[in-house]
Design a protein around this ligand. Sequence first.
Ligand SMILES: [Zn+2]
Ligand SMILES: [Zn+2]
Length: 175
Amino acid sequence: MSDTLPPLSGGCLCGRVRYAATPTHRDGYYCHCRMCQLAFGNTRAAFFNLRKDQVRWLNGPPAYYASSKIARRGFCGHCGTPLSFEFLDGENLDLSIGSLDDPGQLRPTEHFGVETRIAAWHGDDGLPGSRLDANAGIVQRWRTAYGEGAEPGLETVRQAGGTMAAPSPAKKDSA
Ligand SMILES: [Zn+2]
Ligand SMILES: [Zn+2]
C-alpha cells in the first residue's frame, strides 16, 4: 500500500541541486525552533521526514553547514535554497517542503518547537504541537554534545561559540 507511493522530486531555485525522494507516507510538519527560523529566514520551516537512504541527490549532494554540533543542513551552494536537515548520528533526514516540485502532495500534520512559535505569524490550524525540549532523544543529543544541563536551542549553540569547529587557542600577545 504505502510502499507503492510514487517517488517525489524536488530541488533548489536555480535547478543545480535535484533530488528524488521515496518516503512511504505523505506527512509533513512545521518546525518553529529559532534555528529553523534563521536557516530559512522565515517564521517557521516546513519539512517531511524520511530515511537517508530514501533520498537520491541526482547531481551530487548539496552543500552543507553545521547548524550545531549535532546536525547539518543542506542547501544549494549557488542559489542558497534550504534543502535538508539531519542529525549526524541519525538514520533519517528532513527535506524542505518548499523544495518539492509539487509541495501540495504533502500535508502538514503537526507543529514542533512550539515554545518559540511566533504567535503574530501563526494561525491556529488545529494541528497538535510539541516542544523541542519535550523530545527526550533530542535533549539527550544536545546534552551529550554541549554538556549536562544544556538546553536545546540557538542560545546553547551561540554560547558555545557558534557552529564552527572549536577555535584554535588564542594567540598570546608575546610579539
Ligand atoms: Zn540552486
Ligand atoms: Zn527546527
